[in-house]
Design a protein around this ligand. Structure first.
Ligand SMILES: Nc1nc2c(c(=O)[nH]1)N[C@H]1C(S)=C(S)[C@@H](COP(=O)(O)O)O[C@H]1N2
Ligand SMILES: [Mo]
Length: 429
């Protein structure tokens, strides 16, 4: 990883000159629109908020973002689905920074709506090829040793509308079927071992079938190796109870694997001799290739990245000079080790700075601290993970997959940033 390659002399120079001009005038002087000779009333005059009292501590039960951030919300695309019950909305990734997605704006995907399930009414059953079939209450689950892990969840359909051409104008819509949370829960291994796996015999070819308590049940088969590796039965996300829409009170976490397998309101885990081949792993969540045959068991989300700002919903509004280009990268195969950014549609690349070291199967924030003087850019980012895998171009992906796919589109995205700072979703060839 390159260490701050773009914190060059120009930025330091800017900071020094801003200080010399005096507070307040400095920032706008950089944009070339004001000088120290024009006093800024926000600096020179006492403001309302400093001459009276603010609000008292809030008597309402739970805090919400300040009103000025009211547009940082999940949004849906109305024409995408017939109704909002079996539907999806999108995380406002264009407006977030860092890596953690607050639950309140983390995208939701339901096949039969989000259900209200009380902790007291919650049961989790483990049956099938185990020594002792068990039923756990929520309180039972809380008595097993817990762990904390941060993982991304990406719906396999993320970017699925972009196969045939540039379609949706905004990172929220092209790449917003993703969130990244810190989960607290019990490992699936702990619970399977509690039920006893001896009855299953040789575990090598065994599977678990997991299903939810909602009407869709969203049943999926997971190979035993993954079930025993890093899956979590999670109760909390980002420190607090799961929101209803994310599976309250308990959901399955399947790190690095497609979001569909992260069963919400999880009610049953059956140890089996083979996969069920359920709807969600046959007619859905398989990838039809050019010749009409379908890839199945495409569980892992390959390395991918997106520039979140500037982007169509986050145009450049300030003047020329310093510009922070930022975005997110992730890989279901492990850690992100490098992210490159191109301003010319992939002809030349610069290595971005990672906000912090890449984490296993979690979002990584990248920054390219640069200068922009109104020139057009064809902005792209490309992620590289610890296996050495490099995120493919759209052309490379189409060569292998054709145009019949919906799921697992991890191609490089292009934003055309124009002279006025506005950005548009485009394809470059
Ligand atoms: N029980 C149940 N689990 C489910 C689903 C569902 O409809 N029912 N949807 C799946 C799909 S397709 C995805 S992408 C993720 C979405 O999780 P989220 O709503 O927390 O973002 O949940 C998965 N788990
Ligand atoms: Mo999904």
């Amino acid at each position: 990883m390159a260490d701050q390659p773009n914190q060059g002399p120009s930025r330091r120079q800017f900071l020094t000159s801003a200080a010399a001009l005096g507070a307040g005038a400095g920032i706008s002087a950089v944009a070339g629109s004001a000088s120290a000779a024009t006093p800024d009333p926000l600096i020179t005059e006492v403001q309302d908020w400093a001459s009276g009292l603010g609000d008292g501590v809030d008597a309402s039960p739970y805090g919400v973002p300040i009103q000025f951030e009211g547009d940082v919300i999940r949004r849906n695309v109305e024409w995408l689905t017939a109704d909002t019950i079996s539907s999806i909305n999108f995380t406002p990734i264009h407006a977030l920074d860092g890596t953690i997605t607050p639950q309140g704006c983390a995208f939701e995907r339901h096949h039969s709506g989000a259900i209200e399930l009380k902790k007291e009414d919650y049961r989790l059953m483990i049956n099938g090829l185990v020594d002792t079939p068990l039923v756990f209450s929520y309180e039972d689950l809380e008595r097993f040793p817990r762990q904390n892990h941060t993982y991304f969840l990406e719906c396999a359909a993320n970017t699925g509308m972009e196969w045939a051409g540039a379609q949706l104008n905004g990172a929220q819509f092209t790449h917003g079927m993703i969130h990244n949370m810190e989960y607290s829960g019990v490992t699936l291994r702990t619970l399977l071992e509690e039920a006893g796996l001896d009855a299953a015999g040789d575990l090598k070819d065994k599977w678990v079938y997991v299903e939810g308590a909602d009407a869709s049940s969203n049943g999926r088969s997971i190979p035993m190796e993954k079930a025993l590796d890093d899956c979590l039965i999670a109760f909390k996300a980002n420190g607090e109870a799961l929101r209803m829409e994310h599976g309250y009170p308990v959901r399955l976490v399947v790190p690095g694997w497609e979001g569909n397998m992260w069963v919400k309101w999880i009610r049953r885990i059956e140890v089996m001799d083979g996969p069920v081949e359920s709807r969600e792993e046959t007619s859905k969540y398989t990838d039809v290739l050019e010749d009409g045959t379908a890839r199945k068991w495409t569980w892992v989300m390959d390395a991918k990245s997106i520039v979140t700002s500037p982007s169509p919903q986050a145009p450049i509004k300030h003047g020329h000079g310093p510009l922070v280009i930022t975005g997110l990268a992730w890989s279901g195969h492990g850690k992100i080790t490098r992210v490159d950014v191109s301003k010319d549609g992939g002809k030349t690349w610069e290595t971005a700075r990672l906000g912090k070291e890449g984490e296993d199967k979690a979002l990584t924030r990248f920054y390219l601290d640069t200068e922009w003087n109104g020139e057009e850019m064809f902005l792209q980012s490309r992620a590289i993970d610890e296996t050495g895998y490099v995120q493919p171009t759209k052309t490379q992906l189409r060569e292998v997959r054709g145009l019949n796919s919906i799921y697992h589109n991890n191609c490089i995205q292009t934003w055309w940033v124009k002279a006025d700072g506005e950005a548009e979703n485009v394809e470059v060839s």
